[in-house]
Design a protein around this ligand. Sequence first.
Ligand code: FAD
Length: 290
Amino acid sequence: MRIDSILAKKQTFSFEIFPPRGDLPVEQALDVANQMTVQRPDWISVTFSAGGTGNTQNTAAIAGRIQRETQTNALAHLTCLGSTRADVDAYVEGLHARGVENVLALRGDRAPGRSAIDFSYASELIRHLKQSAPWLCVGAACYPEGHVEAESFESDIEHLKEKQDAGADFLVTQLFFDNELFYRFREACVRARIKIPITVGIMPFTSTKQIQRMAFTCGASIPAAVIKRLIAAGDNPADQALAGIEYACEQLRDLAANGVDGLHIYSMNKPAVAQATHDALVDCGYLGVQ
Ligand code: FAD
């Protein structure tokens, strides 16, 4: 089912997984996805070479198997830097053959040896997809704190509006740890006449090291409340991870109370994260008891 048609009816709950590296990536990813279907997400998204893993081959295959074998809607990510129109068309043909109707259209991070060929920005990819494959539901990324390369918060919002104008059907946010920044961003979207649904991406931090890496890779600010929890957790990895789950659940409950279009969990392939976030959202009434 198309994600925009689900968002038109209800507030959604979804997970992101990434193709693991190794010899059996499709089977491993499918095992993770299968465990997450217990929480009956509205969809599961599958990343495309995220974090420079180079793992692009299996995204369509995993998304197709999620769609077919778990009866859960799949959202396949796609980046366009370094790709030709023909590459994109072949990928989309692969999605069509596998029954996947949803794609998250991204530029991808700049990397040595990966420069623009036919597409410089995600908005160009979105326009191409909407023209060449009108049956596709196309999502796009957005950044509550502004994208790390953006000249300013305002210019990033202008470029986000270009993605809507190119035909994007819905948005998924970059992770953030301070909900107030999301509410400020949402108001800026209203002022800029960005009207498509915004699903909110939340990632529980797992350790002090990991959250520091996140701050540098996606420019997410770390509020004092998070630092205090990490200090209280001390050096114990299990306590740090628990603090991350608890903090994310608090963020989710607050977002649920503030009327978001959807909540998307960066699960890091951990079924326990899917379970904990699901339970928090049942507790606060965002999700019904299943
Ligand atoms: P764009 O929308 O093209 O924006 C990139 C930058 O260019 C921004 O600073 C924007 O302000 C600016 N810009 C846009 N248009 C113009 C213009 N016309 N003129 C001048 N400047 C402009 N990466 C992966 O490799 N694989 C994944 O699976 C993946 N999944 C993601 C999922 C989500 C929800 C998010 C938020 C990010 C994901 N990323 C992924 C990371 C993403 O590829 C990077 O953040 C990338 O740097 C930007 O992608 P974009 O689609 O937002 O780019």
